[in-house]
Design a protein around this ligand. Structure first.
Ligand code: GLP
Length: 258
């Protein structure tokens, strides 16, 4: 894992978007794993501004709320259309989110995994982190080898995501379909972005704590090519900060991003 700390959220967002753009430059038919949440809104704004073509990109989103139709304004598909898909030249045929409004969720999950495999696997998986330590919607106690399936959300996640539902946590669907932790770990490269003081405690647990299903983001410690981009606030509880900065200054892979 490599941890890069930027001076503020703008710089962290900018670095994340530039990294994605660099991967698109290297592989125009990139298989991109996409994330949602407020943090990512800024990444998509920046990425759109960087003006790359998504014509040959295939994308798989991490998750979707169970029971919401794709056209529901609160669905993650609507979120993705608003923040990215409708603003770039991506082919709608190449865009996938779990079809979590279908009756047979087991079949939806099986097909989602099969589609990822058929695309050759995910080249770059973008991630945020929830305050429960979730990646995707892999809430505490999600098996670290889990695959795409439906999960029950914690009340704390429903609270955090309530803004999209008129501020009322009870209107946040109680269940979601999500790639599993194992699905995420299969991506060739993983890029997690977290900003803000409210993420500092869970970020420290995920990066420097034990690997535990109580904090599913901690499983990223097992990934051979995982980058974590933070702003100062989100990094404020890390112990090994000096070393992370030293690595960033010295690793040749970061030359074009410093
Ligand atoms: C949702 C998504 C997660 C994301 C999290 C972070 O819960 N399912 O994939 O990591 O939001 O949200 P925010 O960026 O709003 O803090």
């Amino acid at each position: 894992m490599e941890v890069v700390v930027q001076k503020d959220a703008d710089s962290a967002v900018n670095l994340t978007a530039r990294l994605i753009a660099a991967r698109l430059d290297a592989k125009p038919d990139l298989v991109l794993g996409l994330a949602t949440g407020r943090t990512m809104e800024r990444v998509y704004d920046r990425l759109v501004a960087l003006g790359r073509s998504f014509k040959r990109v295939r994308s798989f989103n991490l998750d979707e709320y169970v029971g919401l139709a794709p056209e529901d304004p609160q669905s993650y598909r609507s979120y993705m259309r608003q923040h990215l898909f409708d603003r770039v030249d991506i082919d709608p045929e190449n865009v996938r989110l779990p079809e979590a409004d279908r009756p047979d969720l087991k079949e939806v999950a099986r097909r989602y995994e099969a589609d990822i495999n058929a695309a050759g696997g995910i080249d770059l998986q973008l991630l945020g982190i929830g305050e429960t330590g979730h990646i995707g919607f892999n809430e505490p106690l999600s098996a670290l080898m889990s695959r795409t399936r439906d999960k029950t959300l914690t009340q704390s996640t429903r609270q955090q995501n309530a803004a999209m539902f008129g501020g009322d946590p009870d209107r946040v669907p109680p269940r979601a379909m999500t790639m599993g932790v194992g699905t995420i770990l299969d991506a060739i490269e993983v890029l997690l972005l977290a900003t803000g003081e409210h993420k500092a405690a869970i970020v420290a647990k995920a990066i420097e704590g034990p690997i535990t299903s109580m904090v599913t983001a901690s499983a990223l410690q097992l990934h051979p090519n995982c980058k974590v981009v933070l702003d100062e606030a989100a990094a404020s509880r890390l112990q090994g900060r000096d070393y992370y900065d030293w690595v960033f200054q010295n690793e040749p892979d970061w030359d074009e991003f410093r």
